[in-house]
Design a protein around this ligand. Sequence first.
Ligand code: 13P
Length: 250
Amino acid sequence: MRKNIVAGNWKMNCDLSQTQQLISELKTGLVKEFNCELMIAPSFPFLYQAFNDTLETPIEVVAQNVCEAEKGAYTGEVSIPMLQSVGIKTVIIGHSERRDTYGETDELLASKTKAALDNGLRVIFCCGEHLEQRKSGEHVATVTEQIKKALFNLNKDEMEQVVIAYEPVWAIGTGETASPEQAQDMHAEIRAALRSQFGDEVAQHTSILYGGSVKPANAAEIFTQPDVDGGLVGGASLDAQSFLQIADAF
Ligand code: 13P
């Protein structure tokens, strides 16, 4: 069956010593086995340190973004081979903050995703609607379109290496969470779209995470929804205890 995953997206938080401190607190809290994979996404400069600090723990260190090109004149970008050279196996692509603040388009995200998969990285692909789109009833169409544009050019084997994170933009960092029903409804729509394109096996294997103000207090209720396979956690992942409590909701 598909995997349960709880991933912490640290965004642009934590310098080197804070990164090491948070990882050390997470390690201290790993006193039991969790029924989910654990991932953390620190900032680029600290990935190598984080990778080394989490060796022989169940925590996987993942990247928050990657460049679609292999190398060359892309000032400020970080390539897939660079990530792989510091031990990274998974990358988050298409976060709404990348789409909205840095203008990353569906087309760019499609090429980033393809490049990552072609080179053996696993992808956590983010999608999600804005508040106006939900209010006007366009949320399902919006999210389905994001998925179609970035993922429907993949083959089944490639799609098996993709995790989807549904993150309604109105729920990110706002304290407002999608209700468990809203999350379940969208996750079921996403899985149906995957089924129509890739078949039932791929659809059943694909982990679909929910993101948007996941906290220890609401994680269990969201994670018990049949099509919710975990969470992509922002703010609450910056506190080791909160993050592990969320993981413990499985
Ligand atoms: P918050 O958990 O802070 O709402 O952030 C969610 C998110 O954007 C994770 O990628």
